[in-house]
Design a protein around this ligand. Sequence first.
Ligand SMILES: [Fe+2]
Ligand SMILES: [Fe+2]
Length: 285
Amino acid sequence: MSGKRVMTIQKIELKIGLGSPIRILQVSDAHLSGCCEEDSEKSKAKSRKKTAAFLEESGGVPQEQRLKEALELAEDCDALVFTGDIADSPSRANLELLESMLEGRKYLYTFGNHDYYSYDSDSGCAEDRERYLDDFLRFLPCDPTMDAMQIGGVNLVTLDDSLAQFSWLQLGFLKAEIEKGLPILLFLHLPIYSPTFVPKAYEWWDSSMCVGTPADVLAAHGETDPKMPADEATQAMLELIRTEPLIKAIFASHLHFTDEAEVLGKPQFVNEPCYLGSVREIVLR
Ligand SMILES: [Fe+2]
Ligand SMILES: [Fe+2]
């Protein structure tokens, strides 16, 4: 078996005026792609194909092994936040594996577009997200559409932007979290638009892969995906993030490559995927 055997920890430090430092582990894109005998032939074939592709990319290290290693690293941290695509599809095999691996832990978990992507229907739309939500809520200790955790004087807030939009409900939720008066770290799946990664995103994925891509950038790349232009609620959310001083930084994933840039006047850090052996440690001081 070849491949990188040791996890890479992408470490960053942020000074936000805490009395004692805290450490947060961010884990993204484990892309568990298992199936059960009872799944349809189509799902099983897709599961086998995708698992083979992930294994080839990771040099033979299974996604489950990488997630297990990430969870071991989380033991030394004060908080654990999953920022999406932990499952490549919401198969029973993947959800049962996740449930057993995460049992007894405290964490935040926001949806990625793959968490509710069905191999059977080849779709991961808003209806799929709605359809699979209860399957996740059955074992998650948090709400994957929006949630928050206060720890050591900081407020960790997750918002599901996996369909490239925010909702009015999420806007109200973030405003209520701001009212608590603590410094906030935002955890998302899709990053917020930055020209630093969009050319590579189009090269790799044929999409801007982010929230709030300007219309001229979408037009220049001939992007026709109707969900990409920011709707009114999303624009209001981006404006709130831009103007709210308590929001200190943004942590995202989805690109499968790393990026660091200032967006909306805040530092944004994009994670590499867990299935390739990478996690992010955030040290707050
Ligand atoms: Fe992903
Ligand atoms: Fe994703």
